[in-house]
Each structure stands twice: as structure tokens, then as C-alpha cells.
Design a protein around this ligand. Structure first.
Ligand code: GLN
Ligand code: ZN
Length: 764
């Protein structure tokens, strides 16, 4: 008999609310903890998370959402698709972590972003003729553990289409692993046969987020074949195909024609899903309706969620609806419980994962049983929710009349500067920098001493005067070093910054920071995104003091260093009570003021980093224009205050510009530095093909490796670049900031870079 659900959580985080998993893993890797310790912590985390969900009366609770490193890597293990290059490692645990992180003799598998999130998964390496071998021991163990905790779990599996589309073929010419569909399906069939034996009626949640992306149309053709076969393999089980992050209209129409039990759709980030509700009514499939936002941290407006559900229920029979999170709660922090310093008001507007469970259960009660059925505690929670929602709409903490007034005139600022040809001429006249001008991306090594000074200042053990003196010391050394080796455009080194977004976020009005709001980024690594809760403004200059000081030390141009509005937006939790574009424009205004202050103080070159510009792109091309429009406009707003002779630089880490080169051009930065070191000159060719006219600094060596590049090597790299663009259009720099490197690496590397440029110039 299949189970009937009312509430559903797509998945839960695993790193632990005190980052317990991170801590034990890292001490295991250092050799200080045993693998038994790791397992002990893992087991207790799983239990804790199941119990959180059980206490909130969630009835569809996951297993196999836990992972020691990454779920896709776990799928590789489950399917027995370990790449050949790791098969010499016999110990299973050692092999697992070698795939994830590499060891002395194996380079790690590639890692990349999970759709449009900041979570990174391990990219499967597949080839034709691969052999698979199903191993469900991890799943079985979790299934049994959950049962013994009194939870009847659903099993989370990454679906075959998503697994393949996210994989890479390591044989042959075409890296698209979807060409291996015919080979992967039998592996999944065997897997589902085995899962089917776990119980009388097992619930399997198959995650297929790939079905919401630009590839949806093409993949929908495979959906029926795949799910007819998987249902055939697991006849006793209930299979639910769950999608998230956008709408899945194309695939859902196919899925209802297969024997699956239900489909999960995201109604928070894919409102277009509302257009296909009738297919549920007609097919009798269950709709797992994702209405509680799994990607953001604001309290749900329970009232409006309830109307949404009722609207759905106008078309889909209520008995066929399950109320769910929009996606796994992996992407939000755990709980507000540890937030002691956060403003009480702001805190009352937030819901992290554990708080979302309560929202889900309250919503469920209201939807299925009605307001009259609430017990005293639920009624209280409902009242609190309504108060907090109302309060958030009108609070003066959020709504700043000055910002709102300034936003009135924003349209006039959404424009490019005067023509590039005019600007660049006066810039060359002002700075007289040579072709192949040498510079760096901004940060210099964040040594233990640098960190200690920042930490001491933060916890009050040194005063401001001492802090400033010490920071000035670091800057002085850094500037002296750059002059000594002959760099031509200098930077101050960014020693005062812990993180390129946090540094600005902390100084901007309207942005808050949690103490414990960690979200897993990859493996044991977590990030703590800023929380943009209100209208953003800049009470006072943020970087001016350090840049002016640095400029006072040298005759050479000192680049001012700012983080761009799009990057601040993309790396934060963004308020959901106004369009993202509005928030981005507000940030742009704040950075604009900083640009202006810098230029007035004589800082003639200003770099506005947009490291996260590319990753903010939507999952479907149809939505690209909207993103590109506001992202571009935001960049213009913050840079078009620059006088013609102020040179605007930007930097992007991401290395694939092929499909966004027109937008890069339109950003209108005078100089862009990009990460190309690992690709020779292939990447740069895009710029030539699009007859890109502005100046480009393609990174000439890879800063992600501790290796010191030789003069010859860099010289060769520069000559490769010269095959593509003329010297007058090229700058020479490393491919990203140097903060993760040590001085012992940075010094010789940069010296070699400068020497290489001298040699090339001599031969021009
Ligand atoms: N200016 C920043 C730095 O050098 C840029 C960092 C980045 O691209 N992620 O650290
Ligand atoms: Zn970078």
C-alpha cells in the first residue's frame, strides 16, 4: 500500500548546526580523528535531523540526503562508476576522499556549481563501455537507521538525466555525457530493482533539476523512456520525480504519461508551473507542491502561501496535493537558535531550515484541516507570523525614504559613459602606461599576521590607532615590493578585508550578518552569506582611507578596489519583498558614491570586481534578458560617474565568456582582467572574434596552484596572447587575487612576470 503524504521536505542539510561534520572531517583529514569518529558524528547528525522533521510532523522525510562530501559523488559510488584512475585505491574510504580531494598520486575530480546555487558537486567522469556495479549499502544502512528512529523515510536519488547532464565524458570528442543515456539507464534499472527490495512499498524521490533548465526541451524526449523503465524495475515502490529552481513544464507533460506516483514542482522559483496544473487533474498524479522557499531565509507569508495552495487546489484535487519545500534545505542555514547578536527585529523576519519546518507544518494544518483545527501553540505561531509579516512590510529598518527618493531618479543613471575612443585617449594621456602594462588583481597574501591583526581589532584586544598603524605597515611593504620589482599599476593589497563581499556588506546600511548562518559550499567548506534585509545605502566612504594612503606612497597609479553590485547581490541572501533588480540598483548607487569619492581624491584607476557576474545567469535562456538588463544597468550606475580620464577596470574569475561576450562588451569597462591561464589563448579568441575593442588583462599564470611559473613560461604565454590581440590592447597580470598564496610564491612569480614582459617588449 502506498503511503499518503501531506507534508514533504525535499532534503535537509548535513554539515551540522555547529558545523560538526566539517570539524570532524577536517580533523580526520589531518589524521587527528578516526573514521569511527566521523561515522559517529554522521550518525548523530542524521538522527538529529530526522527528529527535527518528526517533531514538526513532517511525514515525508529523506534519507540519502546525508553525505560525507557530496550526493553526486555518493551516486557515483552507488552506481559503481568510480573512474578507472581511482581503482587502484583499495580502501573504499580512502578512494572516496581521493576522488573528492585528490591525494599524492591522484588529482581530484572536477567540481562545479549545482545549477544556480553556490553548492558545488563532483562532476562524474564517464566513458563508453563503462561497467557499473550497484552498491546500496549506504542507502540500506540509512533506511534501517531511520526506521529504528521511528521514521519511515523516502529515499533521495539523483535522477539519471540530471546525473548524466552534469557528468563529463572522458573519452572521445564530445564531452556531453547524455550520449551515454543508453548505457546509464541499465545501471539505474538495476539500482531501482534493488531499492524495490528494501520494503513493501518504498518511496523514492528522484531529483531531476536538470528538467527546469535550458536543456528541458531536449531532455523531455528521454523522460518517458527513462521513467517507464525505472517504474518497471521498482514495481512495489512509489516513484516521485522532483524538480526545483524553476518551472518544469515541458518535462511534467511527459512525466504524467509514465507510471510514476507524483511530480514535485517549485512554485517559488517557477511560478510558470501554475500553467500546467490541469495535467495533474487529468492524470491523477500527486503534486508535490514546493511552496516554502528552500533558497532564501525570509519568513513565509503564511497567509499568501495558503492562498497559493488554495489556488492550486482549484485545479488539482486536494487529496493529490502534498505541501513541500521548494527544494532541499541544504541551501539555507540551520537555525536561528544561535543568533544572539542579530537585531531582534530582523531576526523575527527570518526562518532558517528548522524554522521552515514549523512553517511547513503550520501551513499544512491550515490547508488541510482549516484554521479552526489549530491547537493553542499553532494558533500563536500563526498570529506571530502575521504580525512579523506586517511589521516587515512597514518597518523603518527596511524602508529608508532617502534611498527611495534617490531611486526615483535611477533611470537617468542607467546609461553608458561617453564613447570609449574618447575616454581611452585621455586616459593614455593621463597615465602614459606602456603596452603590456603590468598589474595584479588586488589582494596580496593574507598571512597569519594579517589575519591576527584583524582579529585582534575585531575582538577589541588592540585599539583603532594600533590597527591602522599595522595595516599601514602591510600596505607600505606591499607597495614597496611592487615598486621594487617594477610593476606599473599598483594595488594596496586588500589586507583590511576578510572577504570581498563581507567587507562591503558590513559597512553598508541595510545588510546584516548572522553569527552562525553557515551554508555548505563544497565538501567541508561553508559560507555565511550576508543578509540584505532593507534599503541599501552607504553611510560613509568604505575604501577611501586605505586607497588614499596607498596612493600617497607612490607616484605610480594606485588602483582603487571595489566589489561590484551584481557580485554583492549574487553572493547574498536577497530581500524578497521587491524585485532583485531594485536591490541591485540600490547597491550600485552606494558603490557609485565610492567610485566618485575615490576619483575626487585623485585615484585615477578604479577596479569594480564582478567575480559572480556569470553565475547569476538564470537557468533558462528566456530569462536571460531580464538578468542581463539589470546587471548591466547596475554596473553602469556605479561606473558612469567616472570622468573620462578615470579608468574603470573590472575583473571576472569565471572562464567561459563565449555566450556572454556581448554583455561583457556592453559593461563598458575600460579594462577587464580575466582568468585564462589554464586555457592558453583559446579564451581570448572570443574577444578577437567579437572584435572587442577595449583593453584586456588575460591572466598569464594560475594563482590557484602554489607552483612558481618561470620567466620563459610566462613569456611564451604572453606571445600566445599576442597572436590574438595587439600589445596596445593587452595588460599583463596573474589570473586572480593573490590572497590565498604565500609571499614565498608571490614574490618570485611576479618578478618573473615582470621580467617576461620586459623580454617581450624588447622584441616588439
Ligand atoms: N580584487 C579581488 C582580489 O584580488 C578579486 C577577487 C576575486 O576575483 N574573487 O582578491
Ligand atoms: Zn578572480
Amino acid at each position: 500500500m502506498s503511503k499518503k503524504y501531506r507534508s514533504w521536505v525535499t532534503g535537509f542539510a548535513r554539515i551540522g548546526e555547529q558545523r560538526e561534520l566539517k570539524k570532524v572531517l577536517e580533523s580526520y583529514w589531518r589524521g587527528e580523528a578516526s573514521f569511527d569518529d566521523v561515522q559517529e558524528v554522521s550518525d548523530s547528525l542524521k538522527c538529529r535531523h530526522w527528529n527535527y522533521q518528526r517533531r514538526a510532523s513532517i511525514d515525508a522525510v529523506s534519507i540519502n540526503d546525508f553525505s560525507l562530501y557530496d550526493q553526486t559523488l555518493d551516486m557515483i559510488e552507488t552506481l559503481g562508476l568510480v573512474p578507472k584512475r581511482f581503482r587502484d585505491i583499495e580502501d573504499k574510504t580512502a578512494r572516496y576522499f581521493a576522488m573528492a580531494r585528490g591525494d599524492e598520486t591522484h588529482t581530484a575530480m572536477e567540481m562545479t556549481k549545482w545549477f544556480n546555487t553556490n553548492y558545488h558537486y563532483i562532476v562524474p567522469e564517464l566513458c563508453a563501455g563503462m561497467s557499473y556495479k550497484i552498491d546500496i549499502s549506504k542507502i540500506r544502512a540509512e533506511y534501517e537507521a531511520a526506521k529504528s528512529e521511528g521514521v519511515d523515510p523516502k529515499i533521495n536519488i539523483i535522477g539519471p538525466l540530471t546525473f548524466l547532464a552534469n557528468a563529463r565524458r572522458t573519452d572521445g570528442y564530445n564531452p556531453d555525457a547524455l550520449t551515454l543515456f543508453g548505457e546509464i539507464l541499465p545501471a539505474y534499472v538495476s539500482l531501482f530493482e534493488e531499492l524495490d527490495t528494501l520494503g513493501d512499498s518504498v518511496t523514492i524521490q528522484v531529483e531531476e533539476p536538470i528538467l527546469v533548465t535550458q536543456r528541458a526541451a531536449e531532455l523531455s524526449l528521454l523522460v518517458k523512456d527513462a521513467y517507464n523503465r525505472l517504474c518497471g524495475a521498482a514495481k512495489k515502490s512509489d516513484i516521485y520525480v522532483v524538480t526545483y529552481f524553476d518551472h518544469a513544464k515541458e518535462a511534467a507533460a511527459q512525466l504524467v504519461q509514465t507510471p510514476i506516483k507524483g511530480i514535485g514542482l517549485d512554485f517559488v522559483h517557477g511560478s510558470a508551473n501554475m500553467e500546467i496544473l490541469d495535467i495533474f487533474a487529468r492524470s491523477g498524479k500527486t503534486l508535490v507542491a514546493g511552496v516554502i522557499d528552500g533558497r532564501n531565509i525570509w519568513i513565509s507569508d503564511i497567509e499568501s502561501k495558503l492562498s497559493l495552495l488554495n489556488e492550486i487546489a482549484n485545479v488539482v484535487p486536494k487529496e493529490s496535493i502534498v505541501v513541500s519545500t521548494s527544494c532541499s534545505l541544504l541551501h539555507v542555514p540551520y537555525t536561528l537558535k544561535y543568533e544572539k547578536r542579530l537585531d531582534e527585529k530582523i531576526k523575527s523576519w527570518l526562518a532558517f531550515a528548522v524554522e521552515k519546518l514549523d512553517e511547513l507544518s503550520l501551513l499544512c494544518r491550515l490547508f488541510f484541516d482549516g484554521a479552526d483545527s489549530l491547537d493553542a501553540q499553532e494558533a500563536l505561531r500563526y498570529a506571530h507570523n502575521r504580525d512579523a509579516v506586517a511589521d516587515r512590510k512597514s518597518s523603518t529598518l527596511i524602508h529608508d525614504p532617502e534611498v527611495k527618493e534617490r531611486m526615483q531618479g535611477i533611470d537617468e543613471l542607467k546609461k553608458r559613459r561617453e564613447p570609449y575612443e574618447n575616454r581611452i585617449a585621455v586616459q593614455h594621456e593621463r597615465f602614459k602606461y606602456p603596452p603590456l602594462c603590468t598589474t595584479t588583481i588586488g589582494s596580496f597574501p593574507q598571512t597569519p599576521e594579517v589575519r591576527a591583526v584583524r582579529r585582534d581589532f575585531k575582538n577589541g584586544s588592540i585599539g583603532e590607532a594600533e590597527y591602522v598603524e599595522k595595516m599601514k605597515g602591510f600596505i607600505r611593504e606591499c607597495v614597496e615590493f611592487q615598486e621594487r620589482i617594477g610593476l606599473e599599476v599598483l594595488v594596496h593589497g586588500e589586507f583590511e578585508r576578510n572577504d570581498m563581499v563581507e567587507y562591503f556588506g558590513e559597512q553598508l546600511q541595510g545588510i546584516a550578518f548572522s553569527e552562525n548562518g553557515w551554508v555548505q559550499s563544497y565538501g567541508s567548506r561553508c559560507v555565511k552569506p550576508p543578509i540584505i534585509y532593507g534599503d541599501v545605502s552607504r553611510p560613509e566612504p568604505m575604501t577611501l582611507f586605505w586607497s588614499e594612503y596607498a596612493q600617497s606612497l607612490t607616484e605610480r597609479p594606485m588602483k582603487g578596489m571595489l566589489t561590484g553590485p551584481v557580485t554583492i547581490l549574487n553572493w547574498s541572501f536577497v530581500r524578497d519583498d521587491q524585485p532583485r533588480s531594485e536591490t541591485c540598483y540600490q547597491i550600485a548607487l552606494a558603490i557609485r558614491d565610492e567610485v566618485d569619492d575615490l576619483q575626487k581624491a585623485g585615484i585615477g584607476m578604479i577596479q569594480v570586481d564582478e567575480a559572480a557576474f556569470k553565475e547569476g545567469y538564470p537557468l533558462r535562456d528566456s530569462q536571460r534578458p531580464v538578468y542581463e538588463k539589470f546587471a548591466l544597468e547596475s554596473f553602469w550606475i556605479c561606473t558612469n560617474v567616472a570622468k573620462p580620464d578615470t579608468q574603470i577596470h573590472t575583473h571576472m574569475c569565471y572562464s567561459d565568456f563565449n555566450d556572454i561576450i556581448d554583455t561583457i562588451e556592453a559593461m563598458d569597462a575600460d579594462v577587464i582582467s580575466i582568468e585564462t591561464a589554464r586555457s592558453g589563448n583559446t579564451l581570448l579568441k572570443v574577444f578577437k572574434e567579437h572584435s572587442y575593442k577595449k583593453e584586456v588583462g588575460p591572466g598569464v599564470y594560475d594563482i590557484h596552484s602554489p607552483r612558481i611559473p618561470s620567466i620563459e613560461e610566462i613569456e611564451k604565454q604572453i606571445r600566445l596572447l599576442l597572436e590574438v590581440l595587439p600589445a596596445r590592447q593587452l595588460w599583463i597580470n596573474p589570473d586572480c587575487g593573490l590572497k590565498t598564496r604565500r609571499w614565498e610564491e608571490v614574490k618570485p612569480s611576479l618578478r618573473n612576470m615582470v621580467e617576461a614582459v620586459k623580454k617581450v617588449r624588447a622584441s616588439l
